[in-house]
Write a protein that binds this ligand. Structure first.
Ligand SMILES: *Cc1c(COP(=O)(O)O)cnc(C)c1O
Length: 488
């Protein structure tokens, strides 16, 4: 029997050596500091960063599992929940919890809706959740984990959820309708008042996913830009998720899930009273909980305050407007729909947008690929203020190059044709792994692997069966925790 590739270390390693290895390992990581990466990093400057690091260290050892042991953490969490409830126009009845991120907040909202449904209508089997196509995959994950059935509804032409389709999708088993403010793919806010009204009329719950928008839209609105109603001011909205670690500019591992009434949140909670280890209870998914993100979130809200967030949001929106104006002046590309804040999708018009993505990659810009329709994703935040001209200059060149390549490819149909599967899931650096696997699956596809990802996306379209694609992606996920054969 072979052994795992990396043996358990026999002796300890010095601090110096560990730091040397780790610094070297970081060299291939995306360099986000120069504002050329989108969606993974939210950064509001050195002063806040220093504070977040200080308070994270201060609460490095504490554990958020048991609030009675650390009243400080209990206070910070309760105050964060209250501050966010106020920001999103809740009232004295609004309750909630801090979680490790948007996914956990969404898992909790779906779990609460399921248990609420089962408590109130005993014969629903399985409970159903209505998801507009643009809703975040965390809802699919929740349904997958908790045994709900997902009913998908198509988007309107403006990429927002379609209330009519949602109304038609309601059945006696429906427990929850989901809307996003905004949805991640195109950055547009769903018509929440209409969705919440449908939910009210049907007697079901309505969750607003403000994970990405919760800490930006309120300030965008206060600055006078148009923002459709999405928060607790809208009757029928029963829960809201909002991520502190995105536009809240807190440290990673921090989100909030809010409910309009405590009787709904009750369905989220867990208690086990029969364990020899004692009575065990938890508010959300995790047991042991790092205290750093709780402390850092509290510090971020207090440090910036409304003034600070307004100042940041003002600059970000100016950057957004400059980028949108610049894009409008580049023929061959367009922003999809009419996004309200810093999240948007860039599509091609007669230009293969994936080629634009490759060309931008060659110029050091990391843009995620999306599908249905093909597009590139931008999340513009404080990190990107001031980089707009450099971005637009490179984008104009990238589009011109892609246009030439597109023409070339039309004469060369083999690589052009193909669906847009996978395109949003995979960061550039994973695509080569996948290309290797895909070429194995595509018997007789010949040796030469394409080194440009746009060609790769075309090739993926020739996979005989989409079930294979899901397996390929799961292979890739398994690979994340495997040590590669010849790496040190
Ligand atoms: C980021 C995001 C999520 C998931 O949040 P994580 O913190 O990545 O788990 C859910 N919904 C939307 C709209 C998001 O942008």
């Amino acid at each position: 029997m072979g052994k795992p590739h990396i043996p358990f270390p026999k002796q300890g390693t010095t601090k110096e050596e560990i730091l040397r290895i780790m610094h070297a390992a970081r060299e291939k990581d995306i360099r986000w500091q120069d504002g050329r990466a989108f969606s993974l990093i939210y950064h509001a400057g050195e002063a806040l960063d220093e504070l977040l690091k200080t308070v994270t260290l201060l609460f490095f050892s504490e554990n958020g599992l048991n609030p009675t042991a650390f009243p400080s953490l209990q206070r910070f969490e309760a105050e964060v929940v209250s501050m966010v409830a106020d920001l999103l126009n809740g009232d004295e009845n609004t309750v909630g919890n801090m979680t490790s991120g948007g996914t956990e907040s969404i898992l909790m909202a779906v779990k609460a809706a399921r248990d609420w449904g089962q408590a109130n209508r005993p014969n629903i089997q399985p409970p159903e959740i209505i998801l507009p196509r643009s809703a975040h995959p965390a809802f699919e994950k929740a349904a997958h984990y908790f045994g709900l059935k997902v009913i998908h509804t198509p988007l309107r032409h403006d990429f927002r959820a379609n209330p009519q389709a949602i109304r038609q999708a309601i059945t006696p088993n429906t427990v929850l309708i989901v809307g996003s403010a905004p949805a991640y793919p195109h950055g547009v806010v769903d018509p929440i008042p209409e969705l919440a009204k449908i939910a009210q009329q049907a007697g079901v719950l309505c969750h607003v996913d403000a994970c990405v928008g919760g800490f930006m839209l309120p300030f965008v609105e206060r600055l006078g830009y148009p923002v459709p109603p999405f928060d607790f001011r809208v009757p029928g909205v029963t829960s809201i998720s909002a991520d502190l670690h995105k536009y809240g500019y807190a440290a990673k591992g921090a989100s909030v899930i809010l409910y309009r009434h405590s009787h709904l949140r009750r369905y989220q909670l867990f208690a086990c009273t029969d364990w020899p280890g004692g009575i065990y209870a938890s508010g959300a998914m995790t047991g042991t909980r790092p205290a750093g993100p709780i402390a850092a979130a509290w510090a971020a809200l207090k440090f910036l305050g409304e003034d600070g967030y307004l100042e940041i949001t003002k600059k970000v929106m100016e950057t957004v407007m400059n980028i949108r104006a610049g894009i409008a002046n580049i023929p061959g590309i367009t922003i999809l729909g009419n996004p309200e804040m810093g999240v948007m999708a860039l599509a091609g018009e007669g230009v293969d947008i994936y080629e634009v993505g490759d060309e931008m990659g060659l110029r050091g810009w990391h843009l995620d690929r999306q599908q249905f329709p093909p597009s590139l994703h931008l999340t513009i935040n404080a990190l990107h203020v001031g980089m707009e001209q450099a971005f637009l200059d490179d984008l104009a060149v990238a589009v011109a190059r892609a246009r030439r390549l597109t023409l070339h490819k039309i004469a060369n149909k083999v690589l052009v044709y193909g669906t847009r599967w996978l395109t949003r899931l995979l960061p550039d650096r994973l695509v080569s792994t996948l290309t290797t696997k895909a070429s194995g699956l595509l018997a007789g596809s010949g040796g030469g692997l394409p080194n440009r990802t746009a060609a790769m996306y075309g090739m993926m379209g020739t996979l005989p069966n989409r079930g294979d694609l899901k397996e390929l992606v799961l292979d890739l996920v398994e690979g994340f925790t495997r040590v590669p054969a010849n790496d040190d």
